[in-house]
Design a protein around this ligand. Structure first.
Ligand code: GRF
Length: 209
């Protein structure tokens, strides 16, 4: 099996990024390497963490780009440069706070995953955990999905439910959901790398399950 080069896009803390780097280090995901981590924020903690694990980390400054499309084409260049190609690479969004242009998404069609802290299609967009609390749901969770041009709407790969407890705050609920994110994102990446995910319309078929 050829090695799948992974590019991870981040903007902040990078705990999901770390979960994936560690899963590869511990050989829970085989046949893959994180070729580069790219952040749109210079101060992102994720950049330091990636470097500490020997992963190339790049800050790509949005202020240098003429437009969203220009930025995304620069992203594409860095990814390709590091061997993350639309043909056999994988792009992971891990707390990346920018919207991707349809051109970028189409270029990598079916090879971009995202993790979102709610049970989609409930509570897409920002502050998903707060939205869940405001709506007084009893259960929330997290979702790994393929990325399509519309935000948080792509075919769903895996989900984990998390109980909302009496007295939960956005912080306590987020922390409980995050623990599940760290479990399901590496599993989804492994399934992708093993070639076991097949998109059929809205549905993701998981082979060998
Ligand atoms: C996570 O809650 C993820 O679901 C959302 O952004 C947050 C990123 O956290 N997309 P981290 O940077 O991975 O720690």
């Amino acid at each position: 099996m050829p090695t799948c080069n992974i590019g991870i896009l981040v903007s902040g803390r990078g705990s999901n990024m770390l979960a994936i780097i560690r899963a590869i280090e511990r050989k829970r995901i085989k046949g893959a390497r994180v070729a580069v981590v790219i952040s749109d924020k210079r101060e992102a903690k994720a950049l330091d963490s990636a470097m500490r694990h020997g992963v190339d980390a790049v800050w790509l400054d949005p202020a240098e780009a003429a437009s969203r499309l220009d930025y995304d084409m620069r992203l594409l260049d860095v990814l390709k440069d590091k061997g993350v190609t639309p043909k056999d690479g994988l792009v992971l969004l891990a707390g990346f706070m920018r919207l991707l242009s349809p051109e970028f998404v189409e270029a990598f069609g079916g090879r971009i995953l995202n993790i979102h802290p709610s049970l989609l299609p409930s509570f897409p967009g920002l502050r998903a955990q707060e939205q869940a609390l405001e709506r007084e749901v009893k259960v929330s969770g997290c979702t790994v999905h393929f990325v399509v041009p519309e935000v948080d709407s792509g075919p769903i790969v895996l989900q984990r439910a998390v109980k909302v407890e009496e007295g939960d705050t956005p912080e306590t609920l987020s922390a409980r959901i995050l623990r599940q994110e760290h479990l399901i994102y590496p599993i989804a990446v492994r399934l992708f790398v093993e070639g076991r995910l097949k998109i059929e319309g809205r549905k993701v078929l998981i082979r060998g399950k």
